[in-house]
Design a protein around this ligand. Structure first.
Ligand code: MN3
Ligand code: MN3
Length: 329
């Protein structure tokens, strides 16, 4: 006979969507559902023609950019989202993170779909080998993933969430730059559309986990917060050193290194703002290459979503640094 006595300490609670226990997870759930997509919906037929007009150097940069992004999304889907989700208590927030984790796998898969259109199987294998052997890429991924696998208390949970925001709102952008730069000139537009869909997801992910991180920070004694925040700036700068090496390797051969570094700095500031922290580099949107901005499809942006700010909890969490313009690409 099994013991049917309920132990109150280990009572499992069912998620009740009719009784919300925070006032933003449902908004994020709805938004994530609304913007669900799969890679098969986007036609890449035209990209093959466009691909053949690119120089060898341009093709190589494009391939490496996508291969690097594949690694980041693989880790975000397989490690980051599930581990953060495991350590968040609020059940609706857990549900949102689970959905986001599934989308990371859609992102990771979509690069393979692009590869299958452009490259031979041997070349694709070479690119995945390149990912394993690129030190800057492996090092920046390790800096983030080590924080995901070290969660044991509120402080380490805050660091893990902040790392996730840095990954999604900052590190991805050295990769996103080139597809945006090409689609801004009418090249590789199918792939550019996929990248735009990924960017639309990442902007929601970065905002959501940024809010969760701010909630965790509130629980940490005031005196200990400054050290944690200093640690985040230090991590951001360590990552920036790696980004410079990575960007040089990928973009110097096609003369775009400087433009990419500026774009990366711009997005580092956005990541800090998602965490309710002050920007560091103070790069303005007018400093960003207009072709790249042109490649961002404003039709698919979540402008309306981000204007839903009249929310007590979100406001309470130092959210005022963000405004609609931040997302109005
Ligand atoms: Mn992703
Ligand atoms: Mn994401």
């Amino acid at each position: 006979m099994p013991n049917l006595k309920i132990n109150k300490k280990v009572t499992r609670k069912a998620i009740n969507w009719n009784r919300l226990t925070d006032d933003f997870s449902k908004i994020f759930w709805d938004q994530n559902i609304r913007q669900f997509w799969v890679d098969e919906e986007i036609s890449l037929a035209e990209d093959k023609k466009s691909w053949l007009t690119l120089s060898k150097e341009e093709q190589t940069t494009y391939e490496k950019v996508l291969a690097g992004l594949t690694l980041l999304d693989t880790e975000q889907g397989g490690t980051g989202m599930p581990l953060i989700m495991q350590h968040v208590e609020e059940l609706h927030a857990k549900a949102v993170l689970t959905f986001m984790g599934a989308m990371e796998q859609v992102h990771a898969k979509s690069y393979s779909t692009i590869f299958s259109t452009l490259s031979t199987m041997d070349r694709i294998d070479e690119l995945f080998k390149w990912v394993e052997n690129n030190e800057a890429l492996q090092s920046k991924t390790k800096l983030i993933v080590d924080n995901y696998t070290s969660i044991k208390d509120d402080k380490s949970l805050y660091i893990a969430m902040a790392s996730s925001v840095l990954l999604e709102t900052y590190l991805f952008y050295s990769g996103f730059f080139y597809p945006l730069y090409l689609s801004g000139q009418g090249k590789m537009i199918g792939s550019g559309e996929i990248i735009n869909l990924i960017i639309r997801d990442e902007s929601v992910h970065g905002l959501f986990i940024g809010l969760l991180a701010q909630g965790v920070l509130e629980k940490i004694p005031k005196l200990e917060r400054k050290k944690l925040i200093d640690d985040i700036y230090k991590l951001m700068l360590d990552l920036f050193e790696l980004e410079k090496i990575y960007t040089k390797e990928l973009y110097e051969p096609i003369g775009l290194e400087e433009e990419v570094v500026k774009f990366v700095k711009y997005n580092a500031d956005k990541a800090l703002m998602n965490l309710g922290l002050d920007p560091y580099f103070n790069i303005e949107i007018k400093d960003i290459n207009p072709i790249v901005l042109n490649g961002l499809d404003t039709e698919t942006k979540t402008h309306d979503f981000f204007s839903t700010k009249g929310n007590g909890y979100i406001k309470a969490l130092k959210h005022e640094d963000l405004n609609d313009e931040d997302f109005d690409w």
